[in-house]
Design a protein around this ligand. Structure first.
Ligand SMILES: NC(=O)c1ccc[n+]([C@@H]2O[C@H](COP(=O)([O-])OP(=O)(O)OC[C@H]3O[C@@H](n4cnc5c(N)ncnc54)[C@H](OP(=O)(O)O)[C@@H]3O)[C@@H](O)[C@H]2O)c1
Length: 284
């Protein structure tokens, strides 16, 4: 297939380019510098020239706290940018696969969120990503994921390892739960959904819901450090408070994958170990 990837310089975008490339597809990855999705003419010209069968639309303004202070920019990139991508896809008959987020939910549900649950974003980022979902039409899928970490770009695994190198103890909240997701596993699942020409909403995360406190302990354990150096705190006690509210329950149930008979992804501890090993190797 001919696959065009937006946001190809990001942590998921880079893995997407690798996985489609390895699968023998013709891949064109555009990073922010080579394709700004807020430029409607550029999006149309690029899509018309490449004539993709499918676009994996991973470009987004992902700075969750910064989005609170600049909603226009958040909606310009995450909602209008998606509209431009969808319009261009219609011109060439390409499918659109849009990566979305657990932040579309308010986090108050007692159990994991399924694809058909009511959305109710509490942050500008979440609202702008949901607006992007609403731009999609036929021949499209929404792939909601959470807590993404990977080899490329900044993420929580790297932050936790850096904090552990600089401090004796680390504090992480114990009242926000989610499913860590590793960018290479996510990219492989997205590739499968694209190749099978799936449409509709899918929740795609690694297995194993944890709090950030529990996740930080797992990261230390995976890197051979003492997990008891991580201390639990409550979100209400964080100083300073973060501008964007986080959903307390971010756990996504993979109901659509399960009901479609697609194997769900591995427990996050497997790719975590792989990532910690790769990061260690890269730093030596
Ligand atoms: N990270 C997570 O935990 C998480 C969780 C749920 C969903 N997601 C979704 O997953 C997707 C991939 O995220 P990620 O983790 O790979 O984040 P990322 O590393 O920030 O990648 C997003 C990429 O989009 C690019 N971008 C921003 N504005 C753009 C524009 N106007 N035109 C073109 N490109 C633009 C960014 O480039 P610059 O940095 O150069 O601006 C960045 O390389 C996003 O749709 C995100 O909403 C992420």
């Amino acid at each position: 297939m001919r696959i065009l990837i937006t946001g190809a310089g990001g942590q998921v975008g880079r893995e997407l380019v690798s996985v489609f490339d390895a699968g023998g597809h013709v891949v064109a990855g555009f990073d922010h510098a080579t394709l700004d999705i807020t430029n409607r003419d550029a999006v149309r010209a690029t899509v018309v020239e490449f004539q993709p069968d499918a676009i994996v639309h991973s470009a987004a303004w992902t700075a969750v706290d910064a989005c609170e202070a600049d909603p226009d920019r958040a909606f310009a990139v995450n909602a209008m940018g998606t509209r431009f991508v969808v319009e261009a896809c219609r011109l060439v008959g390409a499918a659109v696969h849009y990566i979305s987020t657990d932040y579309v939910f308010d986090g108050t549900k007692e159990s994991p969120y399924v694809e058909w649950d009511q959305t109710n974003p509490q942050s500008v980022y979440g609202a702008s990503k949901l607006a992007g979902e609403h731009e999609l039409g036929e021949n499209s899928s929404v792939i909601r994921t959470s807590w993404v970490c990977g080899f490329h770009g900044p993420n929580m695994v790297k932050t936790i390892l850096r904090l552990a190198a600089e401090n004796e103890t680390l504090s992480f909240v114990n009242d926000q739960r989610g499913c860590p997701t590793f960018a290479d596993d996510l990219a492989a699942m997205i590739a499968l959904l694209v190749v099978e020409r799936r449409t509709g909403v899918f929740h795609v995360t690694n297995a194993g819901p944890v709090s950030w406190y529990e996740f930080a302990r797992e990261v230390l354990a995976a890197s051979g450090q003492d997990p008891d150096r991580v201390l639990p705190v409550a979100t209400a006690d964080l100083q300073p408070q973060r501008p964007a509210p986080r959903p307390a329950n971010s756990v996504l149930d993979h109901a659509a994958l399960r009901l479609a008979g697609i194997d769900t992804m591995a427990d996050f501890r497997e790719p975590l170990l792989r990532l910690v090993t790769a990061l260690n190797k890269a730093s030596n």
